[in-house]
Design a protein around this ligand. Structure first.
Ligand code: 3PG
Length: 306
C-alpha cells in the first residue's frame, strides 16, 4: 500500500517526518510530492497511490480518475472545497478532512490581522486598540469559537452568528448571538469571517453587508477569498473611506484594491492561516492516523462523502 503526501504548499519538515513514521510504522510505503508546479504533476503522481494526503491541493475528477488504486483521500485541514466529492464517491474513494486540527493557527492569524490593521499595518500613524471594541464572528465553528475566546480575553465584546447553531449554543460558546447576519455587520467594529466556500456562500459578502459596518470598521477574512464579492467590496471601500479589509489570502483584484485604498487593505501573498509547525503536525499526523485507521480497521470517522 502506498500513501502519497502531495502538497503544493509543503508541510513543515517535522510534520512530514511524523507522517512518514506513522505510515511506515503501519507497514505502508510513504511517498512525497512537494511544491509541484503543474496539476499534471499531481495527476501523474497519484497513479499508484492507495491513499492520498493533501492540503488545498485540487483533487479534481481528473486526479481521482487517474488514481486507479486510490481508496482514501484526506484533506489535512478543515475546508474541503478543493475535493471533488462526487468524483470520489463515483470511484469508491473515501474522502475525509481533519476538522479542528489547524484551527488555533487560523484563529491566531485572525487576531493578528485585527491588531495589525488597528495599528495601521505597524506604521507610525496613530492607530486604535481592539480592547472595548465589538467583534462579530460569522460562523461559530472550530475557528470562530477560538477567535471569540481569544478576543474576549483581550477585552473585546464578542457577537456571533451561525446558521447551524441555536442561540443557546452560541451563548455556550461564549458569544452573544446576533439577530441576523445584517445585524452582525451593522453592530460590529470588526467582523471575522469563518464560513466555508460553498455554492451558497461564494460571492455572498459584498457591498450590502460591508457598507452596513459602523464607522472605522474592519472586515477580516481568513476563510476563503471566494466568499467575497470582490467588485462589491471595492465599491464599498470606495464609498466608505473609513472601512478596512484584511485577508488571508489575496483577492483577485488585490492590485486594484492596493492602488485605490493603500493601507486600508492588506492581504497575505500566500494563504498562511494554517502555516505553523503546530498546525502542520496536528493536521498532517491526524490525516496519516485516519488513513491507517481506515485501511486497517475500516474506520470512516470524518468521512465527508457518506
Ligand atoms: C483549511 O481549510 O484547513 C485552511 O484553509 C488551511 O489550508 P492549507 O492547508 O492550504 O494551508
Amino acid at each position: 500500500m502506498k500513501v502519497l503526501v502531495a502538497t503544493q504548499k509543503p508541510f513543515a519538515a517535522v510534520a512530514v517526518k511524523g507522517i512518514k513514521e506513522i505510515v511506515e510504522g503501519a507497514g505502508y510505503e510513504f511517498a512525497l510530492l512537494e511544491k509541484y508546479e503543474q496539476q499534471s504533476d499531481l495527476v501523474a503522481a497519484v497513479a499508484d497511490a492507495d491513499a492520498l494526503i493533501v492540503r488545498s491541493d485540487k483533487v479534481t475528477a481528473e486526479v481521482v480518475e487517474a488514481a486507479k488504486q486510490l481508496k482514501i483521500v484526506v484533506r489535512a485541514g478543515a475546508g474541503y472545497d478543493n475535493l471533488d466529492l462526487a468524483a470520489c464517491s463515483a470511484h469508491g474513494v473515501v474522502a475525509m478532512n481533519t476538522p479542528g486540527q489547524n484551527s488555533n493557527a487560523v484563529a491566531e492569524l485572525a487576531l493578528a490581522l485585527m491588531i495589525f490593521m488597528a495599528r495601521t499595518q505597524f506604521t507610525p500613524a496613530t492607530g486604535s486598540e481592539i480592547q472595548g471594541k465589538t467583534l462579530g464572528i460569522q460562523a461559530f465553528g472550530n475557528v470562530g469559537r477560538l477567535v471569540g475566546k481569544k478576543a474576549a480575553a483581550l477585552g473585546m465584546k464578542v457577537k456571533a452568528i451561525d446558521p447551524f447553531l441555536s442561540a443557546e449554543q452560541i451563548v455556550a460558546g461564549g458569544a452573544e448571538p446576533a439577530d441576523s447576519l445584517e445585524a452582525l455587520y451593522s453592530e460590529c467594529d470588526y467582523v471575522s469571517i469563518h464560513i466555508p466556500a460553498t455554492p451558497q456562500t461564494i460571492g455572498s459578502i459584498g457591498y450590502d453587508l460591508v457598507t452596513r459596518m459602523p464607522k472605522g470598521a474592519t472586515l477580516i477574512n481568513t476563510a476563503r477569498k471566494e466568499v467575497i464579492d470582490e467588485a462589491g467590496l471595492a465599491k464599498a471601500l470606495e464609498e466608505r473611506t473609513d472601512l478596512k479589509y484584511a485577508a488571508d489570502v489575496a483577492p483577485d483584484n488585490i492590485a486594484e484594491l492596493k492602488e485605490k485604498f493603500g493601507a486600508r487593505v492588506f492581504a497575505t501573498p500566500k494563504k498562511m492561516g494554517a502555516q505553523t509547525a503546530e498546525a502542520n503536525i496536528n493536521a498532517g499526523l491526524a490525516a496519516a492516523r485516519q488513513i491507517v485507521a481506515f485501511l486497517k480497521d475500516g474506520c470512516t470517522k470524518f468521512q465527508l462523502n457518506k
